[in-house]
Write a protein that binds this ligand. Structure first.
Ligand code: GLN
Length: 245
């Protein structure tokens, strides 16, 4: 078995080590003897997702999101929408997550009309939402607890066509008001959690990998790993941030 992973805008959208999510996914596949191939798609490159199993998009500052807008609207948007509707597994973080929504209006009033693949929109706020996070994934997103770090001014509002990824215990999440974090639609998983997200959240990483493997191979399974160190790092953050074991 193998997985083909596409990393979109790796040079522009890569805040707080988001590229580490790719390393984590490849390593957890390698430990199981599963090959993986990563294609890096930059501004100006052609995006082809028809033979891709998993798409990853990291986070970026307002300026970087504005810079990549013309390239996104040059055809990459249509390719991403078609792949999402075809069940492609997607992990997208913060600015990349916002980009899949209808629009992002920065605090400075710049309106970025994004691709509308997800029923959500984002409006920049004066209060930046910064800090460590502890969130609880919904059952359909695996039910695990995820720890992370967030830094965004955008407040994201979910429409009826999309569900939250998780609910916030510590931190702001989508907007610091409705206790939702991220979004889930078909096999798209969006989150505000940087860190990178996956190394300290092995159960969530394996959910993504299994979703992609099962779409490609049907009844794929993932052998358990000896990831005690990762789980201890995860649990240490949960205890530090919530006081609970
Ligand atoms: N520029 C966006 C915001 O501030 C996204 C930030 C990010 O990706 N961390 O909301």
């Amino acid at each position: 078995m193998e997985l083909k992973i596409c990393h979109l805008y790796p040079d522009v959208l890569n805040l707080y080590g988001d590229g580490g999510n790719i390393i984590c996914m490849q390593q957890r596949l390698k430990w199981r003897g599963i090959q993986s191939e990563v294609s890096r798609v930059m501004i100006g490159d052609t995006l082809r997702l028809s033979d891709c199993d998993l798409l990853f998009i990291g986070g970026g500052q307002d300026f970087e999101q504005e810079v990549l807008l013309p390239d996104l609207q040059s055809g990459k948007d249509r390719e991403i929408i078609a792949a999402i509707e075809d069940g492609l597994t997607v992990l997208t973080i913060c600015g990349g997550y916002q980009m899949l929504g209808q629009y992002y209006e920065t605090y400075d009033g710049v309106r970025c009309d994004f691709i509308g693949a997800l029923d959500l929109y984002t409006v920049g706020s004066k209060q930046r939402m910064i800090g460590n996070t502890v969130c609880h994934c919904t059952e359909e997103c695996g039910g695990s607890t995820i720890v992370g770090f967030e830094n965004h001014s955008g407040k994201t509002r979910l429409g009826p066509g999309v569900k939250p990824l998780a609910h916030v215990q510590v931190g702001f999440g989508n907007n610091g008001e409705d206790k939702t974090e991220g979004a889930h639609y078909r096999n798209v998983f969006g989150s505000y959690s940087h860190g990178p997200l996956l190394p300290k959240n092995p159960a969530f990483c394996d959910l993504l990998l299994l979703t992609a493997l099962q779409r490609r191979y049907g009844d794929a399974t993932l052998e358990p790993l000896d990831d005690l160190a990762e789980r201890k790092a995860h649990d240490a953050m949960v205890q530090r941030l919530t006081g609970q074991r």
